[in-house]
Write a protein that binds this ligand. Sequence first.
Ligand code: PLP
Length: 406
Amino acid sequence: MVDFATLKDDFPILSQQVNGKRLCYLDSAASSQKPQAVLEALQAAYGETYANVHRGLHYLSEASTDAYEAVRQKVAGLINAPSPNEVIFTSGATMSLNLIAQCWGSANLSSGDEILITIAEHHANIVPWQMIAERTGAKLVAAPMGADGEYDDEAFSALITERTKVISIPHVSNVLGTVFPLKNISKKARSVGALFVVDGCQGVVHMPVDVQEIDCDFYVFSGHKLYGPSGIGVCWGKHDILSDMPPFLGGGDMIDDVEIERSTYADVPARFEAGTPPIAECIGLGAAIDYVQSIGMAEIHAHEQNLIRYGMQRLSEVEGLNFIGTAAGKSGVISFTLDEVHPHDISTLIDHEGVAIRAGHHCAQPLMKSLGLSSTARASVGLYNSADDFDVLVNALHKVNRIFKS
Ligand code: PLP
């Protein structure tokens, strides 16, 4: 049995006081804090094994390459990928989605084709598709969400046609917390032969992921939301699909043979990893994966689901609070507004109480516009949060209401 109450102690940053109050960090959906094990892995990557990877024949280069390459296996294990060679390291989910849109899209999309997303996407799963749609003449189509922020199967299915060439959706909405029925959507994608891409940024951090069971073609995420460093991310894709894709960036390490007239390219995954990669960050991500797996993703999921239920219940006591997104089984985030108080004011005022939440459009402007809002406040959880973090948040919100009423 994991004692979640003690896990906070693994995260040095969480022991500090902010504005004279205990730090209550409820902003993990934006970026999570790092456990001591990740800080130590970063220190060791620079202090003990650092050299460039894949290109040296000396001891340090080999040690660094081994440590870097070992992380591919850890990522494959985390998401049950069939092979570590299907794991491409990127700078984050944004780069992963740009890579898929540019490389797969440029080779496979043409005028009249459709790319289906939802209105609830993060900009990282909108703009790259817009860019490739503009270049190829394809059309970007966005399905609406249900009234409570739930996935609307009827509305989504109605937009799937023989023209649909890509379906790209989040595992979990970063604003609504809605968990998408991936296996169900995968079947719909298969029925029309569409590529199925999952933006797993807010999924892999909260629950077990099995890309073979989901039967998606791509699953992407960012290391910094999974208790790892920033600057490292993952683009997992099926080997056959990756092998048919042209490279994204050209440069060192992604080639087979270079002549002035032309070059041939390395096999996957090297083909998509041009240049010196974020070596220490990747090793740090490996330590983060070891850390969450030592706790267990199923255990983390159960703990966080309890927290979200508790948080919703406690927050409903706050006068004038409106939830944005109440889908059953929602995960990770609780977005809300307060009558009469701008979300930015909420965030600034509760910061005086040591509470860190996010306020803004959450890089989801189309969703905000569809809801008639410019921004929301958002509390989001990580494995280190506990029920008393929501008690502190609720007390801070009562105080905000008192200030605005006086
Ligand atoms: N997709 C979702 C659902 C997200 O929540 C985020 C970040 O908030 C991203 C994509 C982009 O991630 P990054 O900025 O790490 O590339």
